[in-house]
Ligand binder design. Structure first.
Ligand SMILES: [Zn+2]
Length: 333
């Protein structure tokens, strides 16, 4: 058993409380590689922001759970080395799908887990989430559960259709599960292709997706005042990165994300965790493609991973400062 506190990690409880009260959101960045981890830590330290480093089942399969946990431990020590005496770093399991997986992560240094029973019938979702909460809380690990279904594809999670969260269910669900935060579905979507062009309207030459269902969010906030709400599938799919990828030999068609203004708006509400994965993938791939196209003789991975890391760091800082507003929000610097 490895307890996250021994690794210098924190759970989400205090940072969410402050984020809801302060009208900002904590970034939850997915990571699979050392370069992503370094870029996340550099961005969080430079902006003095708390940060959630999250790992999907796919990331564990790719990089190995033990290695990822040690990267998170390294992240805490690296943040201190960079001059941040009291970093607030969460190691979170993204989309845990079974009790066993959540337990394994809790037993191995994670400070927060998501149990995603959103595809199950309502009562089964509650039973599964409650089982995870009962186990996690013994070790002061926080739990995110989900109500409603997001559309899109990301790693092993996929759904053809979305089902908005029903506000009338949230009190019963959060009370009976005892979860610490709730992921809801209000129109965000997983992956880099969140919407088809047909679902969008053309404004000044740019395809704008349908707006998030802020009415549902506000209803949920009214039912659960101050309760931490989470948005998944919230990459913005920046056109400059998509264009760079396509300019240097890539082929990404109709990649459309969530406009940043809407995420900024959501951050001011009870939404206190916003998940961003695809934007990091795009930033990394764009930089690598550009570098290799411009330097065809390079073959040392450091030559192209360095600009990739720089580009991701720039993106993370932009999100923290201009979209989520979590800069300068560490309890102690
Ligand atoms: Zn998700």
């Amino acid at each position: 058993m490895v307890n996250y506190k021994d690794l210098g990690l924190v759970n989400t409880r205090e940072m969410f409380k402050r984020a809801v009260a302060g009208g900002y959101a904590i970034p939850a960045f997915n990571f699979n590689t050392m370069e992503q981890m370094q870029a996340i830590v550099m961005a969080a330290v430079e902006t003095k922001s708390p940060v959630i480093m999250q790992v999907s089942k796919g990331a564990r399969n790719y990089a190995n759970g033990t290695i990822l946990r040690n990267l998170a431990k390294g992240a805490v020590e690296y943040a201190k080395e960079l001059g941040c005496e009291h970093p607030e770093i969460v190691l979170h399991l993204d989309h845990g799908d079974t009790f066993e997986l959540c337990k394994e992560c809790i037993d191995n240094g994670f400070s927060s887990v998501m149990i995603d029973g959103s595809h199950l019938p309502y009562e089964e979702n509650i039973a599964l989430a409650k089982k995870v909460v009962d186990y996690a809380h013994q070790f002061d690990v926080t739990v995110e559960a989900e109500l409603g279904v997001l559309a899109g594809v990301e790693d092993e999670v996929s759904a053809a259709e979305s089902h908005y969260t029903k506000p009338e269910e949230v009190i019963d669900f959060s009370t009976r599960t005892g979860c610490d935060s709730l992921a809801i579905s209000i129109g965000t979507s997983h992956g880099a292709h969140k919407f088809t062009p047909e679902q969008c309207t053309l404004v000044n030459g740019v395809l704008v997706p349908p707006p998030l269902a802020f009415d549902i969010l506000h209803e949920i906030e009214k039912k659960l005042p101050g309760f931490p709400i989470v948005l998944h599938g919230s990459s913005s799919v920046p056109m400059d990165e998509v264009n760079t990828i396509n300019q240097y030999g890539g082929h990404l068609e109709a990649a459309i994300g969530i406009p940043e203004e809407q995420l900024r708006e959501a951050s001011k509400s009870a939404v206190c965790k916003i998940n961003i994965d695809s934007d990091s993938r795009l930033a990394m791939t764009a930089a690598i493609r550009k570098h290799l196209a411009e330097h065809p003789g390079d073959f040392d991975p450091r030559q192209y991973l360095k600009p990739a890391r720089e580009n991701m760091k720039k993106m993370y800082i932009h999100k923290i400062v201009n979209v989520l507003g979590s800069d300068g929000k560490l309890a102690q610097c």
